[in-house]
Design a protein around this ligand. Structure first.
Ligand SMILES: O=C(O)CCC(=O)C(=O)O
Ligand SMILES: [Fe+2]
Length: 361
């Protein structure tokens, strides 16, 4: 059934090879195909190892605890993280460890299934939900060394349960609990941001946690000598309100753009990595900026991650919040959520960043 509430056409992708399958038989990789993954020389350097800063850590339990001083301290850290980094690690978030571990196991179990079983849940043409790829729009563009499995998870009425795997048998229940827990964390964090920003009605911000989608990423190991010239995920900012990312194992791969360099991020055990999305940049009139990030591949080990994207409902509007703009000029346009998703797709097509399209010049 066609559902007016979700961007069903978002990210409709040209067919591309399954990368997990490709990585399993590197001897069959023809040069013309390999060429679609090999990137030109890097334009930004990596941050040298001895100069690497650490993403700020926000203690969720202190931020919402009883002790006033601790709350203020944590709120200040959150403010700094949002203004200066766009990324932060969230610890003591209250998502039960067992729920996180079970989610990781379920995702590992899913990607370990034989290809035909996964392909039974393949994306439909023009749709983003399901197993496949996002945003492949031209034969010329460089491809990511990854497969993904994308599901809309909240609110429950938005779900396309046909695409929810029955194997592993724990997957559905586990996704359901994990999704609700992470949505709670996102909602509370957005509420705390509203407090920091002087937004009088916190629901102006927390409505960005009403819709949730999960992108489960699988990055196969990439055979030498190509690993240095291949990316798992192209540089991008998230076209959502707030993202909460769970890395499945200890293999590193995420890098964020900071001070003109790529800075690797190693998640703390048990932490959720939060990042400000494009919609929060618009809501805050640019006070909090979405930050570009990418995933590199590993020549020896596969890597998986689970990104939970939070955004607003169809039928609402994205634009700078009155309480933030006050006597400033709005620097971003206000658009319907539907039009925002159209921009997401069209700015991908002409390679231009969506924020440029949203900015008032
Ligand atoms: O795999 C990662 O660490 C990053 C994933 C990501 O940025 C995304 O799914 O938008
Ligand atoms: Fe991302």
């Amino acid at each position: 059934m066609e559902d007016a509430t979700m961007p069903r056409n978002l990210g409709g992708s040209l067919p591309v090879p399954n990368v997990q399958d490709l990585a399993g038989r590197p001897e069959d990789l023809p040069p013309t195909l390999l060429n679609r993954y090999l990137r030109p020389e890097p334009t930004l350097p990596d941050a040298p190892a001895d100069e690497q800063e650490h993403v700020p850590v926000v203690d969720f339990a202190r931020l919402f605890g009883q002790e006033e001083e601790a709350r203020a301290e944590e709120a200040a850290r959150l403010r700094m993280a949002c203004e200066d980094w766009g990324f932060f690690q969230v610890v003591n978030h209250g998502v039960p460890e067992e729920t996180m571990e079970e989610m990781k196991r379920s995702v590992m179990g899913f990607f370990a299934l034989p290809l035909p079983e996964k392909q039974a849940l393949a994306q439909e043409p023009g749709g983003i939900e399901g197993y496949g790829q996002a945003f492949v729009v031209s034969e010329e563009q460089k491809l990511d060394w990854a497969d993904m499995f994308y599901l809309v998870t909240q609110p429950p009425s938005y779900r396309h349960l046909r695409l929810w795997p029955s194997n592993p048998s724990t997957f559905k229940d586990c996704l359901e609990s994990y999704s609700a827990e992470v949505q709670r964390v996102a909602r509370e964090l957005l509420g705390a941001m509203a407090g920091n920003l002087g937004v009088r009605d916190p629901t102006d911000m927390t409505r960005l946690a009403e819709v949730q989608a999960m992108r489960m990423n699988y990055y196969p190991r990439c055979p030498e000598p190509h690993a240095d010239r291949v990316l798992g995920l192209s540089p991008h900012s998230d076209a959502t309100g707030l993202t909460l990312l769970l890395q499945v194992g200890s293999v590193a791969g995420l890098q964020i753009r900071r001070n003109g360099r790529w800075l690797p991020v190693s998640p703390l055990p048990g932490a959720l990595l939060a990042n400000v999305g494009d919609v929060v940049e618009v809501f805050t009139n640019g006070k909090y900026k979405s930050v570009e990030h990418r995933a590199v591949v590993n020549p020896r080990q596969e890597r998986m991650s689970i990104a939970a994207f939070h955004s607003g409902k169809y039928g609402t509007t994205y634009g700078p919040l009155e309480d933030v703009v006050r006597d400033q000029e709005p620097r971003y346009r206000s658009v319907s959520v539907e039009d925002f998703y159209k921009l997401v797709v069209s700015t991908k097509l002409d390679g231009k960043k969506i924020m440029d399209a949203m900015k008032i010049t």
